[in-house]
Write a protein that binds this ligand. Structure first.
Ligand SMILES: [Zn+2]
Ligand SMILES: [Zn+2]
Length: 490
């Protein structure tokens, strides 16, 4: 037991890991939960004061680290003068996915929330001059991070309307997998109180303020919550609480965060591995098993009482999937982890590497714009001008905007692909294109389109010349199986 003094209050820190069963740290891979230790007793006599005022960064960092300690070594933390960093693979120890009745066919895959891609919290939360509500903002990305290193997204999903919990999209622990096969919660993970105690936070909003359970640390009811589920008490300063109904956790940010592209920025990115998947009506997930090697997984589900499953394993540089449908037929798919279908987060082209020395997959990992520049070059002179590109953006927007209301909603961009080189791009990257109200507008599409254009326009002359759109030797078209990707003309 360590103790140190924050202004006015004694803070006791206990290394919680010592009182937890080792099994709690492992991915149990046990759909029925029989191997999952549900008998762990909440630690007691722990009080960490999160009334942040006037303590030093070192004290804050050490206090925060204690809360994440039960989930070490899978979850690692460190801090500097300003930020507290959380590294994890985003895979919790509890059974995953079971209980989902509205499934998008995504599965959980370990992520690399490490190094520059770690989660970060301000060590000293700052009260925002204009708090931002998550009712109308932040439909993309995480708004909080749980103490087990699993991100928590807005309970309302990116269509801006659907309550994921009420819609049956969440498993028995309040989570599911997203577009990048990245597991995340959408409600407060109260089950983590088993590890941190009911007197400690189960998560932190990305503005740095802690999220406690349904009650105060002493068990008293949490009264007088503001519209973000927060309030200030003498003991804890400002903090949020979990609730059993919307907003479930912080319903916005009392503290300062930066909003960029509809999400809290910065935050780690999970890179999609495969083309977008679609809802599977009538499916209920019944089991999820992780093999002890930590590389292979089996997700089982039922449709109308008939069993089906997805088995997948992470191999060097790839994930291999076997999809077995209700008729027992198995479809095999191989997705290289370098899968790339868009203009974000590209690796530089491997242009100057000798042929034999090129890392695998690199040649096919090209920005979307480079791959499709020729198709948008209206006058076929080999150069894609800004005007030609803008014309294509306007064309594809009009083609998807069936009711011509100036915005693309899920039924439009999720509907039949339109005939345009950008048709498939919009379907696959809609999340990055949504504005803060959860729809794609001409402006939000144009903004991302021009960002891609400017990134490819290396000499900034307003056009993409053949040298700027040249594909490296060995490039072989887009990866097969991209839904909605139209074949190039000619
Ligand atoms: Zn989600
Ligand atoms: Zn409270």
């Amino acid at each position: 037991m360590r103790a140190f003094r924050l202004p006015g209050r004694l803070v006791s820190l206990m290394l919680l890991a010592n009182i937890l069963p080792a099994a709690a740290h492992d991915l149990s891979g046990d759909p029925a939960g029989t191997n999952y230790d549900r008998s762990a007793k909440p630690p007691t006599n722990i009080l960490v004061n999160f009334s942040f005022a006037a303590a030093t960064a070192t004290n804050h960092g050490a206090a925060l680290a204690t809360l994440f300690q039960p989930f070490a070594p899978k979850v690692q933390t460190h801090w500097d003068d300003r930020f507290f960093y959380i590294e994890s693979d985003g895979m919790p120890a509890h059974p995953l996915m079971v209980g989902i009745t509205a499934w998008q066919q995504q599965v959980p895959l370990p992520q690399t929330y490490t190094g520059n891609n770690a989660w970060q919290l301000p060590l000293q939360p700052q009260v925002a001059a204009q708090p931002i509500s998550a009712k109308t903002h932040f439909f993309r990305g995480a708004i909080a991070i749980a103490v087990n290193g699993v991100p928590i997204f807005n309970p309302i999903k990116n269509d801006g309307i659907t309550d994921t919990y009420l819609a049956g999209e969440l498993d028995n622990y309040g989570g599911h997998s997203g577009r990048a096969d990245d597991y995340h919660y959408h409600i407060a993970p109260l089950h983590l109180q088993k590890y941190v105690g009911s007197n400690n936070p189960v998560a932190f909003a990305l503005d740095g303020y802690p999220i406690y359970g349904l009650t105060e640390p002493d068990g008293a009811p949490a009264g007088g919550l503001d519209e973000f589920n927060g309030h200030t008490t003498p003991e804890l300063g400002y903090h949020y609480h979990a609730t059993k109904t919307y907003p479930y956790l912080n319903g916005g940010f009392h503290g300062v965060v930066t909003e960029r592209g509809g999400l809290v920025d910065p935050q780690p990115r999970a890179q999609p591995l495969r083309p977008a998947t679609y809802p599977l009506p009538g499916a209920t997930i019944t089991g999820f098993k992780a093999e002890p090697d930590g590389k292979s997984y089996t997700l089982t589900y039922e449709i109308g009482g008939e069993k089906a499953m997805v088995h997948y394993s992470k191999n060097a540089g790839a994930v291999d999937f076997d999809f077995t449908d209700t008729s027992g037929r198995t479809l095999t798919r191989h997705y290289a982890t370098g899968f790339h279908d868009g203009g974000r987060d590209e690796n530089p082209p491997p242009r100057d590497r000798p042929e034999g020395n090129r890392p695998p997959r690199d040649p096919n990992r090209q920005p979307w714009l480079k791959v499709h520049a020729k198709e948008m070059d209206a006058n076929r002179d080999g150069t894609l001008t800004r005007e030609e590109f803008i014309a294509e953006v306007n064309r594809v927007f009009a083609a998807y905007d069936q009711n011509q209301d100036g915005k693309l909603t899920a039924d439009e961009y999720g509907g039949p692909p339109v005939r345009s080189p950008m048709g498939g791009y919009i379907k696959q990257h809609y999340r990055e294109l949504l504005d803060e109200t959860g729809v794609i507008t001409k402006a939000s599409l144009m903004k991302e389109a021009m960002r891609m254009f400017d990134k490819s326009d290396l000499n900034h002359d307003g056009k993409l010349t053949p040298d700027e759109t040249a594909l490296p030797p060995g490039y072989k078209a887009t990866p097969p199986g991209n839904p909605g990707e139209n074949p190039p003309p000619r």
